[in-house]
Write a protein that binds this ligand. Structure first.
Ligand code: TYD
Ligand code: MG
Length: 457
């Protein structure tokens, strides 16, 4: 029997060390070394050293001679998924989908598998967590049965390889990467070494055979995908599936995409029969909005290429602490601090003795500067206890002198507000150049936060 040795590996960069270290010598991060059983390879198994291409040596070519054409895409019938992937699945790409347990990753991928199988592709869905019977029961409930959707319950990399060879899929799902193991690597499934080795293998496989592969990844308590951070560098796309346990909607977000933008979000709703696409996200994010109260504003934020209206809520209340609390959900707290400072200094609101909370409804993350002005109005509205007008939409970037700066795509944002029946938009005056606002919505161009507050409250 092989001797089992203990070693330590960094979860960020994969650096190995024979003893535990507080600071990783490879990437300089602290507290990232975890204990592992020694990786005694390589009699069997697939190994890291296998070549990337099938033996044919490629010569360097002039960049001009390389024929690219249009990146071919496999479009599924799930539009929200296509959107996040940048237009569809790219053959030969490796996609990592992370998310909390029970959020709906398996459901989403089974539905995607079905959608692609129905479109005529060969799909192989390998689950290391559920038996084929369980998968079938779930597929039954989702109405996700198709002739060319193959399922397998397997965790051994060698057997998975054989299955891939025998089915020859166009689309492959591994649910999840933490459950598969390469028998040639003697550490436990889910360990840094196993996850790294198996991912490297799927990467080669997808590139060589042109199989679009999705790896499902568990997330740690901190919300990062478990396993080496390296994993995220190896794959082409990293998607996170998020949502609040108590709400039925789910957001699919790209944090890395070699074939498209990373700002796009896909919005789904979990129901009895699986995930449904949400066609009109603005309606969803405004559905529980109280009208005519203080501290509530509606902002038009660009989520990738589409404008989405989101309710932004603020609560400002006297503090009982020496230093007041500032908390935000779905809003960058550095920007919140900046906006509070601008309200203090430029508008003269005495916020030093006040706790302030800011919350973007619906679990959306508002991270573009265009949401500043709505946050400023919400905070001021709550502080003064002055209700905002329910028919207003507000957007604009706030500068340190209290000026309101231009933002991109004002026209699209205004159109979205108009579509949802809002009567008035407060926006940067400088964003009004070069386009004509629609007639049936009132436009208020402002240059300073003070002007915006006069108009809104
Ligand atoms: P699942 O896809 O198993 O999550 P993950 O793979 O991310 O762990 O989703 C599990 C949850 O989704 C479970 O709590 C039940 C719920 N669900 C529905 O509400 N409707 C459905 O049709 C399905 C299949 C699951
Ligand atoms: Mg699952």
């Amino acid at each position: 029997m092989a001797k089992v040795k203990i070693k330590f590996a960094c979860t960020e960069c994969g650096t190995e060390s024979p003893k535990w270290l507080g600071k990783c010598p490879g990437c300089g991060e602290w507290n990232t070394m975890v204990e592992e059983k020694e990786t005694v390879v390589k009699t069997a198994g697939v190994g890291l050293s296998a070549p990337m291409s099938r033996g044919t040596k490629e010569k360097p070519r002039s960049i001009i001679d390389i024929n690219t054409g249009q990146e071919p895409r496999i479009e599924s019938s799930i539009g929200e998924l296509n959107r996040v992937l940048g237009g569809g699945v790219v053959p030969g790409s490796l996609i990592l989908v992370g998310g909390d347990p029970g959020i709906g990753k398996s459901t989403l991928l089974l539905q995607a598998s079905h959608a692609l199988a129905s479109a005529g592709l060969k799909v192989l869905y390998i689950s290391g967590e559920e038996s084929v019977r369980q998968t079938k029961l779930r597929a039954d409930r989702l109405g996700a049965l198709a002739e060319s959707l193959y399922v397998l319950c397997e965790t051994n990399m060698e057997h998975i390889n054989e299955a891939i060879e025998s089915v020859g899929p166009d689309f492959l799902v591994i649910d999840s990467i933490q459950t598969v193991y390469d028998p040639g690597v003697q550490s436990a499934p889910g360990s840094v070494a196993q996850v790294r080795e198996c991912t490297a293998h799927f990467m080669r496989k997808s590139k060589i055979d042109g199989i679009a592969t999705v790896l499902v990844g568990h997330v740690t308590k901190e919300g990062a995908i478990a396993g080496p951070r390296l994993l995220e560098h190896m794959v082409d796309c990293v998607l996170y599936f998020e949502g609040e346990r108590h709400h039925s909607y789910r957001l699919l977000r790209a944090v890395k995409n070699r074939f498209g933008s990373t700002n796009e979000i896909g919005i789904f709703e979990m129901g009895e029969d699986g995930l449904r696409e949400v066609a009109n996200p603005s309606e969803l994010f405004l559905s529980e909005r109280p009208l005519g109260v203080s501290g509530s504003t509606v902002v038009a934020s660009m989520e990738g290429t589409r404008p989405v209206l989101v309710e932004l809520q603020a609560l400002v209340a006297p503090t009982h602490f020496p230093s007041p609390r500032r908390m935000s959900t779905g809003f960058d707290h550095h920007r919140m601090a900046l906006i509070i400072a601008v309200l203090e200094k430029r508008i003269g609101l005495f916020l030093q003795t006040q706790d302030a909370y800011l919350n973007a409804a619906g679990g959306v993350r508002l991270d573009e500067p265009a949401v500043d002005l709505a946050a400023a109005v919400a905070l001021a509205s709550s502080f003064k206890d002055a209700p905002t007008k329910p028919d207003d939409v507000i957007f604009g970037e706030v500068g340190l002198t209290g000026e309101v700066r231009a933002v991109s795509r004002a026209e699209q944002r205004v159109k979205e507000a108009q579509k949802l029946g809002f009567k008035r938009v407060i926006l940067p005056e400088k964003s009004l150049k070069g386009w004509k606002p629609p007639d049936d919505i009132k436009i208020v161009g402002v240059n300073t936060v003070a002007e915006a507050l006069r108009a809104a409250l």
